[in-house]
Ligand binder design. Sequence first.
Ligand code: MLT
Ligand code: MN
Ligand code: ZN
Length: 291
Amino acid sequence: MRAVVLGTAAGGGVPQWNCACGPCSAVRAGELPARTQDALAVTGDGVGWWLVNTSPDVGAQLAATPALAPGPGPRDTPVRGVLLTDAELDHTLGLAVLRNAPGLRVHAPEAVLHALMPTREVLATYGEWSWRPVEPERPFVLDGGLEVTAFPVSGKRPRYAAASSAPDPWVVAYRFRDPATGGALLYAPCLASWPPGFDALVAEADVVLLDGTFHAPSEMGAATGRSSGQAAMGHLPIAHSLPRLAAHPTTRRIYTHLNNTNPVLDPASPEHAEVTGAGAEVVPDGTVIEL
Ligand code: MLT
Ligand code: MN
Ligand code: ZN
């Protein structure tokens, strides 16, 4: 299996267009690397690739990744389709960017497919795609040979679907397993809490990429001047997940979906030192993982 970490930022990216916070300003000043919104590309055979989440940054992410370049025919693409962990806009707006490719397959939890109905109706006028519900803990095989399993991790639904009556799960983590090598990668960019059973998933994975939106629960409130009560907004802060990850020293542990308020973005920060000191990592966009 080969995976490319296409993007590592939370909704808005770093820098976010309307944000003058410390890290966003540091990126504009050339002092920190820019980060696009979180997404992963995975392949089992190096020929057929799958995108996990698609933000509006997907065009730039594809352009920055030679293995995902179109060809050999004028409209051929190695991209077979998309897996969605949830229905948030930063994970789904990129579907519209991909509209020129007929025949893509989109796998997502039933609630997510339901929330995307308006988008699906728009996209159906551009070409025929297939939309497949993923069933929790039911492995299936992707074109290219990877076995994928979805694990429910939370009921967090996007603001635009707040009134939806669709049942959980709204958010899943995906485990990708290469039957040829036995390698396993767990992708969990949206965790509201440490879900039951998650320790076993981390323990049996070679690599886990998980929600690193905020370092501290109060971070969003501090950055925006809002009260800190609802501040963590359904994202388990690093301060709470890092001690849990410490129990799994043999798994490579990488934080992604980093919000632009997060002090770990700065390699010189004490928070970054705390992450690396505990054996976890913050990696740049474009990082390649071979398993
Ligand atoms: C989230 O991860 O909580 C959402 O993507 C926030 C957003 O971008 O609207
Ligand atoms: Mn998000
Ligand atoms: Zn910012």
